[in-house]
Design a binder for this molecule. Structure first.
Ligand SMILES: Nc1ncnc2c1ncn2[C@@H]1O[C@H](COP(=O)(O)OP(=O)(O)OP(=O)(O)O)[C@@H](O)[C@H]1O
Ligand SMILES: [Mg+2]
Length: 369
């Protein structure tokens, strides 16, 4: 039995429809991340699960029980927000214990739960500090501690790390992963940061303006994106899109050419296309190889251009190559050989590492091997 089930969830604000029928099943213990750009509806979807936002239509079940119209406090969930408000006049212990004391839980059990949360979150030494005496990351851990002690069936997180600096975000991300492993609870986590989504999720729900674009594992979304939106949103640095035209088709084989470039005929596998169709080729930065010569023309797309910028990050170099297209190509390489700016490079990419997107933006090539 799924832990959380959304069936045909709809949400409108006045005349404006945001969600038009979302279906989602989340298993017990699963870590699901809602990811998408600002305004895509991540918080709204999460808040509907929490009961902080009404649904226009549809059913929400938690552990098989219809909670669609239940109060938040009756749903067995706990939520951690981006702007966690701690009580400034209470110490860490008091903040973590607050809801339990409010619920008149026996003192000994409150103590047991607070100490357990403090151990998991490494707050043992800080229990008598006030929030003002804590760092941002420590305060965020207190906010998570407040959620843990309630022993919810489901944890809901809405961008809990976005107020933290980059280093702290990475550290807290690891701590949330550890927390999930340790307590094994179901977690639903909202972020606009694709790195957080890729690293934390068992499954990702990619949203774009109220539309669920794809639900799958991080690998699914990275290697087999359903459309240009997902391909462009997941992956850092971003995938390269090259506008191209179908020259001819033969069953599921097409011959295509990159628009605006000579000598870029390439044979690809893709379905449902016709001669003259405008398509996009999606090529991840790590699929572009800096080449000398050699590979047979019809299995490899060849490009060449000038390195405009070479960013060296120690083991990895990102080169931004002007190949005569409207945007520079991003190339990722581990090669020790130095890539110099203002030099000419030849690039190759195997045909079977290229995603083909049709005019509607949907992937029409097979999943990459
Ligand atoms: N009370 C409301 N009335 C009308 N429209 C609303 C209301 N609340 C949210 N919206 C709209 O619903 C859409 C989704 O909002 P939501 O807050 O869920 O986005 P989000 O993905 O969480 O964005 P962010 O990353 O900026 O937090 C937005 O376009 C927003 O303007
Ligand atoms: Mg939001």
């Amino acid at each position: 039995m799924a832990q959380v089930t959304l069936s045909n969830i709809k949400k409108s604000y006045g005349a404006v429809a945001l969600f038009d029928g979302v279906d989602l099943e989340i298993d017990a213990g699963e870590f699901v991340v809602f990811v998408g750009p600002s305004g895509s509806g991540k918080s709204t979807l999460l808040r509907m699960i929490a009961g902080l936002e009404s649904v226009t239509d549809g059913v929400i079940e938690i552990e098989g029980r219809d909670v669609t119209y239940d109060e938040p406090s009756d749903r067995g969930i706990a939520m951690v927000f981006q702007n966690y408000a701690l009580y400034p006049h209470m110490d860490v212990y008091g903040n973590i214990a607050f809801n339990l004391r409010l619920a008149k839980m026996p003192k000994s059990e409150v103590h047991e739960r607070v100490m357990e949360a403090a151990r998991i979150l490494h707050l043992d030494e800080l229990l008598d500090r006030s929030p003002a005496q804590l760092s941002g990351g420590q305060r965020q851990r207190v906010a998570i501690g407040r959620a843990i002690v309630r022993k919810p069936k489901v944890f809901l997180f809405d961008e809990p790390l976005s107020n933290l600096d980059a280093a702290l975000r990475t550290q807290m991300r690891l701590e949330i992963e550890t927390l999930h492993r340790e307590i094994g609870a179901t977690m639903i986590y909202v972020t606009h940061d694709q790195t957080e989504a890729m690293t934390l999720a068992d499954r990702i729900v990619a949203l774009d303006y109220g539309q669920v674009q794809q639900i799958g594992t991080p690998d699914d979304l990275y290697n087999a994106p359903t459309n240009k939106f997902v391909a462009g949103f997941i992956g850092s640095p971003k995938i390269n899109f090259l506008a191209a035209t179908v020259l001819s088709t033969d069953g599921d084989t097409i011959e295509a050419k990159v628009d605006g470039l000579e000598d870029t005929r390439i044979t690809l596998t893709a379905t449902g296309l016709h001669e003259g169709d405008k398509i996009d080729l999606g090529i991840r930065p790590e699929e572009l190889h800096i080449a000398d010569a050699g590979a047979p023309q019809d299995t490899v797309l060849r490009l060449s251009g000038t390195v405009e910028i070479a960013d060296r990050l120690g083991n990895i170099t990102y080169a931004y190559v002007n190949a005569g297209l409207d945007k520079n190509l991003t190339v990722q390489t581990f090669q020790k050989r130095k890539i110099q700016t203002d030099t000419q490079v030849n690039l190759t990419v195997p045909a079977n590492r290229i995603d083909v997107f049709n005019t509607q933006g949907n992937r029409c090539s097979p999943a990459k091997p």
